[in-house]
Design a protein around this ligand. Structure first.
Ligand code: E4P
Length: 221
């Protein structure tokens, strides 16, 4: 499973890229607004830090404007994935851009039918939002299971399931069990993945016991 980070905070991106475990970045207009940064400059900087796909979302909602914005965003760096909303116009833009060889992430997916449409439109990634479904009393992970099952029926389909709106590590573990290709998560959730109290306790014990040996592993210079 690939790990993307869902943030527009460049210092967080740099910090987590340093782990060597980061495969890409997703942003959205809300995250960009929160960052207070110039969007185009920010996308350039993120693309310099992370070589994997960096999702940059169009701001307009009509076909012509979305296409123009998407084409422009795609010129910023070779690893830009243009993010478009799952609307009829958005999917038309998806088809046009993906036919031209641009990576496209179709966002705001809340049903299996929508995911099927996005795949037909040539999406590189489909982003079903699990947390937002959970928030309204629907089971977000059931949607991931449905999409993974449907996509698996068509081995030639290239669209990757990018699980979005992740709120906790359980979302990621469940998505991995289902074979979802990518999980995009807030930095806090990525850090949570490392944690287990028994790891901390065990390490403290090993460090203390090693000190009793009085040894060092590396030869003294
Ligand atoms: C994904 O691309 C979206 O930016 C994101 O996962 C939305 O998450 P939220 O529901 O926490 O805002």
């Amino acid at each position: 499973m690939k790990f993307f980070i869902d943030t527009a905070d460049l210092s967080e991106i740099k910090d987590l890229a340093d782990t060597g475990l980061l495969d890409g970045v997703t942003t959205n207009p809300s995250l960009v607004a929160k960052s207070g940064r110039d969007f185009v400059q920010l996308v350039r900087e993120i693309c310099d830090v992370v070589p994997g796909p960096v999702s940059a979302e169009v701001a307009s909602t009509d076909f012509d404007s979305m296409l123009a914005e998407g084409k422009y965003l795609a010129t910023l760096a070779p690893n830009v994935a243009v993010k478009v909303p799952l609307t009829p116009a958005g999917l038309k833009v998806c088809k046009t851009l993906s036919d031209a060889g641009t990576m496209v992430n179709v966002t705001l997916c809340f049903s299996a039918a929508q995911a099927l449409l996005a795949a037909k439109a040539g999406a590189t990634f489909i982003s079903p939002f699990v947390g937002r479904l959970d928030d309204v009393g629907q089971n977000g992970m059931e949607l991931i299971a449905d999409i993974c099952t449907i996509y698996a029926q068509y081995p030639n389909l290239d669209t990757e399931v990018l699980v979005a709106s992740i709120r906790n590590p359980i979302h990621i573990i469940e998505a991995a069990k289902m074979g979802a290709h990518v999980a995009t998560m807030p930095p806090s959730v990525l850090r949570q993945l490392y944690q287990h109290p028994l790891t901390d306790k065990g390490l403290a014990q090993f460090v203390a016991d090693w000190a009793k040996t009085g040894q060092s592993i590396l030869p003294k210079s």
